[in-house]
Design a protein. Structure first.
Length: 246
């Protein structure tokens, strides 16, 4: 398809997992994709996209990237980390890091790129920001996800606020709320468990469809929310979770 022909979309955390799959899918739809990640080595194999190193916790680097890249039509704020533990395990440093990576990064990225996106929206009628949240957020609580759930809930609040402020200027902003997706970092969380076999079973058990999502279950919704097909959709937390939140 060519659903994003003529459009430029920037993706954070495009080195692996959903960000990478999104970068490939968006390019396949004709977008000029700027694929960024903290780990430049992970971006190396991506073909047909513009590859750039970006740590989303680096405010100066975000400013420099926005100045260099200029106006974009789509922004996929995908970067995020998954701290493990209850509130009694949570140190101030871990909490601050979760806020920095999962929320403040999106504040800074949005602030830096939004003016250019509004200019693009004047021309094309619509520009779209997609923020990665999760089913573990204001939607549902999960064990050992204190910092994660709180920060992913903040992503939804940020998303709705931006959507409300710029709806009249053609700028849309939505949040994506996936269930458990089989990605490298999920494999890492399983491997780090005391009993990895049981941990994988437990992740699968909380999915009513009886399996983990693959990135291919998620990317169609990412492409949709960043394309004009979703032009009447804004301020939403869109779930793709295999029935967890039925
Ligand atoms: P992943 O966690 O396997 O990969 C994450 C990528 O983010 C890596 O390439 C890493 O280098 C990059 N990254 C980490 N910190 C960064 C930073 N400071 N700046 C730039 N890049 C950074 O991929 P995933 O599992 O698809 O997760 C992507 C997003 O999806 C995260 O926000 C995560 O919270 C969210 N999410 C994941 C799941 C899941 O089950 N996997 C479910 C819901 C939401």
């Amino acid at each position: 398809g060519r659903r994003l022909a003529g459009r430029t979309v920037l993706v954070t955390a495009a080195g692996q997992g959903m960000g990478r799959a999104a970068a490939i899918a968006l390019a396949a739809e004709g977008a000029r994709v700027i694929a960024t990640d903290r780990d430049a080595g992970l971006l190396a194999g991506l073909e047909g996209v513009d590859i750039r190193q970006l740590d989303v916790t680096d405010a100066a680097a975000i400013g420099a990237m926005a100045a260099d890249v200029g106006e974009i039509d789509g922004l996929f704020n995908c970067a995020g980390i998954v701290p493990h533990g209850t509130i009694l395990d949570l140190t101030d440093d871990q909490w601050q890091q979760a806020l920095d990576v999962n929320v403040t990064s999106m504040v800074r990225m949005t602030r830096a790129f939004l003016p250019g996106m509004l200019k693009r929206a004047e021309i094309t009628g619509t520009a779209s920001i997609l923020n990665m949240s999760s089913m573990a957020s204001s939607i549902k609580g999960f064990i050992n996800r204190t910092a994660y759930g709180a920060t992913k809930a903040a992503v939804i609040g940020l998303t709705k606020a931006v959507a409300a402020d710029f709806v009249k200027q053609g700028l849309r902003c939505n949040a994506l709320c996936p269930g458990t997706v089989d990605t490298p970092s999920l494999r890492g969380r399983i491997a780090a468990a005391a009993d990895p076999v049981q941990a994988e079973k437990d992740f699968i058990a909380r999915q009513p469809m009886g399996r983990l999502a693959t990135v291919d279950d998620i990317t169609p919704l990412i492409v949709y929310l960043l394309s004009d097909e979703s032009r009447f959709v804004t301020g939403q937390a869109v779930s793709v979770d295999g029935g967890v939140t039925i």
